[in-house]
Ligand binder design. Sequence first.
Ligand SMILES: Cc1cc2nc3c(=O)[nH]c(=O)nc-3n(C[C@H](O)[C@H](O)[C@H](O)COP(=O)(O)O)c2cc1C
Length: 212
Amino acid sequence: MSTILSIQGSPRGERSHSRRLQESFLAAWQAGAGDRQVLRREVGRVSVPAVTEGWIAAAFHPEPEARSEVMKADLATSDLLVNELFAADRLVISAPMYNFGVPSGVKAWVDQIVRIGRTFDFDPNKQGNPYTPLVRGRKALIITTRGDHGYGPGGANAHMNHADAYLRTVLGYIGITDVTVVAVENDEFGGDAFERSYQRAERTLADLAESF
Ligand SMILES: Cc1cc2nc3c(=O)[nH]c(=O)nc-3n(C[C@H](O)[C@H](O)[C@H](O)COP(=O)(O)O)c2cc1C
């Protein structure tokens, strides 16, 4: 059984390009051979709670088994989202660029799944790198859309791209290093430049649906 965890990050519904591209990709992928399922987690149109002081105290409790009922409740959403991540062997995130980063729902989801003792470990006494990623054997696809252009590798605005660069960093931190990014640019300009970019992304995703 192959399972994709689908994270939809745009607050937009049918108007959203990143959402539409992900849905086409998922449909094409699911039509492939073998048992394939998609777990869905909406983070663009449904609020994911922000990390709180109670969350931090509970997550970093020195004895996780001794957490109080209140602490367990503080981590309930995080537990659910981390379990979803482990239930899938593939991850697809749609994330429009918002103010050079990701929309707040995607950020809130990341803050819930980057969990000490579950998706990474930290031991200040460990020689060399004190961090150990705990999510293994998974790969990710990021479908990102941008209003402007030049944010890709070598582009004039690449230094301002904190969106997919950020996702690559956090996913790598928890152990997901096989990450593919497919981007559409020029949404705010429209016209041919946008159409070409969108069609190129559609073709790339169609090819990827066979090999992902
Ligand atoms: C609040 C907000 C912030 C945005 N910030 C940026 C930005 O920093 N850079 C950019 O190129 N486009 C930016 N855009 C444009 C979106 O990235 C673009 O329209 C994208 O295609 C929207 O994705 P969607 O169609 O999946 O909703 C922003 C749009 C909104 C609504």
